[in-house]
Design a protein around this ligand. Structure first.
Ligand code: ZN
Length: 217
């Protein structure tokens, strides 16, 4: 409910801005001859803005549905954008706020780069690459925080194991999805800061979510 309100508000802001700018331009161009030109230019700009906003919201809803599946509850994804939150997430690809009792908020904020990587992966050929791995991993990692996992090393390790699921929801085949997670574990995981890693994040160890199966991650 709150989320649909948020979406309406963003589109409302565009509509109100369009009316205000339109009025200013309309008043500035008293000459009847130039008005149609100005009006059509303005309409084109509004249509473009509305289209991009619609696309951005549709992507957030798709990513939110994936995060909800992993978090086992209704959560939402907010991509950093010009019209979205201006929350500072510099230095991080994403974050989830926790309250003083350790309960996660219902929304994860994801950096513009990571959202772009996710969108590129979605419409690309689903091959393995650094940007793809980081985008998919960011969504999986933040979804674990949304599930209530506060510890970074656990969110990282569980997120890694959720990567195939996220990648498949973004259109990858099971083989492509698995390959992306394997790449992430081998190439990215060892480079992470100490707080994000654990010796228990290995097949058959404490953080392995499916110890009975040999598949990893
Ligand atoms: Zn985290």
């Amino acid at each position: 409910m709150a989320e649909s309100m948020h979406y309406s508000l963003r589109l409302l802001v565009i509509a109100v801005l369009a009316i205000i700018v339109g009025k200013i331009i309309w008043d500035a161009f008293n000459d009847e001859g130039s008005r149609p030109v100005v009006a059509s230019a303005l309409l084109t700009a509004i249509a473009a803005l509305g289209y991009f906003e619609y696309q951005a919201q549709a992507a957030e809803q798709r990513f939110g549905a994936i995060a909800s599946q992993i978090a086992h509850r209704d959560v939402s994804v907010r991509c950093q954008g010009l019209l979205g939150d201006v929350a500072d997430i510099s230095g991080h690809l994403g974050y989830v706020d926790f309250d003083a009792s350790g309960n996660p908020s219902d929304t994860t904020h994801i950096a513009r780069d990571a959202c772009d990587w996710l969108k590129d992966y979605e419409r690309g050929d689903h091959s393995v690459g650094l940007d793809s791995a980081m985008g998919v991993h960011t969504l999986a990692h933040e979804a674990m925080h949304l599930q209530g996992v506060i510890d970074e090393a656990k969110a990282e390790c569980y997120g890694l194991q959720q990567m195939p699921r996220v990648a498949e929801r973004l259109g990858a085949s099971p083989q492509q999805a698995h390959a992306l997670a394997v790449f992430s574990y081998r190439a990215i995981y060892p480079q992470l800061p100490r707080a994000y890693r654990s010796p228990e994040c290995a097949p058959g160890r404490a953080l392995d979510l499916s110890k009975s199966t040999p598949s990893w991650p």
